[in-house]
Design a protein around this ligand. Structure first.
Ligand code: SF4
Length: 431
């Protein structure tokens, strides 16, 4: 029997892909190894969004091959189809596996394995869920948008969506097994379609399944968030009061150069509508808005950056993932001059981080003295329980409850707020 180990970089979609790889390998008699150095097969699910994640892959592959040259190294994810990456580490990688070819992995590794699993589409392969109470459910893969800085359309190919019946079946199974949180995931969930079912209808169908569970979804593209979807966010009681969608820049010219296909005003209008639908249907919790933003895109002047600052101040995000632009090989912006210095990118990142801290803290003050439901995830290094609210706020639970809380809902009274987290004590626990 062969052993395997998977290391995952990057987004939740990669995490969901790794879960499917695990199941596929175990179905084919592979056993999980203790760590990357003890595995016969090491699979690296890679991310090409940031240079730092890419560098970590080079160093990992180097270390593993140095320690154990017989390890079969498999590279999947964003970097698997990049010519420059292939040539840089070709001597250390045994198999390059675009993720849509997942089901060809076993024959590629070892043709003597009996009973290989055959499936047409890799998303039809069941995953081995990492968590026992929260699961990513991919509803599709790939992207048609070609934002000028992004490798995803090249790495994952064009959009392809799973049949709604298959998604519903997977979610039904999760609920039956006691899962409390289902996260529908695709590069662009709003573009989902399967026959006559669009994302709004899919969301409503999942919401109608019986059981006490929460629904989240990532990622949403601002150009595709329809009024119908916003209304559904309010009406579907199980859908959490949290929307994550990427602003990327608050300047219209930069947005055009990024090929994002919306304006800053459109983005802000969506935020307004989402918050207002939240107030109408779910007055218990304010709708949380989180985002991604890139600073130092080619040609971004100080004045253009100040437009992002303006949107940041006006929107009052609950969380933002701020990244410094780095050119990704093969993308349209790779041809543009990366002309904002490293120091200036860092300065811009710091400016936005500071605004985020302020707005998030002000938003968090709403929770003070309130009792809110929390899905408890586990213990931190200090041994304290922690979890998330429906609005995706991290909550530290102080005091030492004796029960095992992981995977259950708790009602937590919030008695302290920080910039990016809350703190409170548990009043009640329920399944
Ligand atoms: S929408 Fe843009 S940023 Fe998102 S995956 Fe597609 S190309 Fe990349």
């Amino acid at each position: 029997m062969l052993t395997y180990y998977i290391i995952t970089f990057g987004c939740q979609m990669n995490k969901a892909d790794s879960e499917r790889l695990s199941f596929y390998l175990e179905k084919n008699n592979f056993i999980l190894a203790e760590n990357q150095f003890r595995a016969d097969v090491l699979i690296v699910t890679t991310c090409g969004i940031r240079q730092s994640a890419e560098n970590r892959v080079y160093s990992l592959v180097h270390q593993v091959k140095k320690k154990n040259p017989k390890t079969i190294v498999v590279i999947t994810g964003c970097l698997s189809e990049r010519k420059d990456v292939r040539s840089r580490i070709k001597n250390k990688v045994d198999i390059w596996l675009p993720i849509k070819e997942l089901t060809s992995l076993v024959p590629k590794i070892k043709n003597k394995i009996s009973n290989p699993l055959i499936a047409k589409d890799y998303l039809s392969v069941a995953p081995k869920y990492e968590s026992a109470f929260s699961a990513y459910v991919p509803i599709g893969n790939g992207c048609n948008n070609f934002c000028s800085y992004c490798v995803v359309p090249y790495a994952r190919g064009r959009e392809k969506y799973r049949p709604a019946s298959e998604i519903i079946k997977e979610v039904r199974g999760l609920i039956k097994n006691g899962y409390k949180e289902v996260i529908l995931i695709a590069q662009n969930v709003n573009s989902y379609h399967s026959g006559s079912i669009d994302f709004t209808r899919l969301l409503a169908r999942v919401n109608d399944l019986p059981g006490d569970f929460w629904i989240r979804f990532v990622s949403s593209h601002p150009k595709d968030i329809s009024p119908k979807l916003i209304e559904a966010l309010g009406r579907c009681s199980k859908v959490c009061e949290h929307v994550h969608f990427a602003l990327q820049s608050g300047d219209d010219e930069i947005l055009r150069n990024m090929n994002r296909q919306y304006t800053a005003a459109h983005f802000q209008n969506l935020v307004k509508k989402i918050r207002s639908v939240g107030r109408k249907y779910k007055p218990g919790l304010p709708m949380a808005i989180t985002t991604d933003v890139i600073v130092g895109f080619p040609g971004e002047t100080r004045k253009q950056f100040l437009n992002t600052v303006k949107v940041f101040k006006a929107t009052k995000f609950d969380m933002a993932y701020i990244s410094q632009y780095s050119p990704r090989y093969g993308t349209a912006s790779y041809q543009m001059k990366d002309d904002v210095s490293k120091v200036e990118k860092k300065r811009r990142e710091n400016v936005l981080t500071k605004i985020l801290s302020q707005t998030a803290r002000v938003n968090n003050k709403y929770y003070l003295k309130k009792i809110v439901p929390v899905l408890i995830e586990g213990r931190n290094r200090q041994g304290e329980w922690y979890g998330k609210t429906r609005t995706y706020k991290l909550v530290r639970i102080t005091g030492t409850p004796v029960n095992n809380l992981a995977g259950s809902f708790g009602l937590v009274k919030i008695n302290k707020v920080r910039d990016l987290s809350l703190e409170g004590n548990i009043i009640a626990q329920y399944e």
